[in-house]
Design a protein around this ligand. Sequence first.
Ligand SMILES: [Zn+2]
Length: 98
Amino acid sequence: MQILGKIHTIRNTGQGSDYLGPCEVCKKHADTIHKLQNNFVVRKNDSINFLIANGEGLYGHENCVRKYGDKIFNLEDFNRRNNLRIVSKTQTEQIFGE
Ligand SMILES: [Zn+2]
């Protein structure tokens, strides 16, 4: 197993501050909380790359949490296979220019 690099993913949790608490960045109420997550992109073999979460992630307004990441991709763009998020060959090329 080989680590190709790191990316951030972002997703809409579908919940607001009433459920998840205030934005962790600005500490204010948010109607919708987004989660920014750092991930390793890992190669299992020549054909399958996937994401492994690195750390707990950051919860808050989309605009607030986006300030804390580069290479941010929508989590939902990565297809789910069992409990894994797969990074396709095309996505890997887009991310790392392979
Ligand atoms: Zn905020």
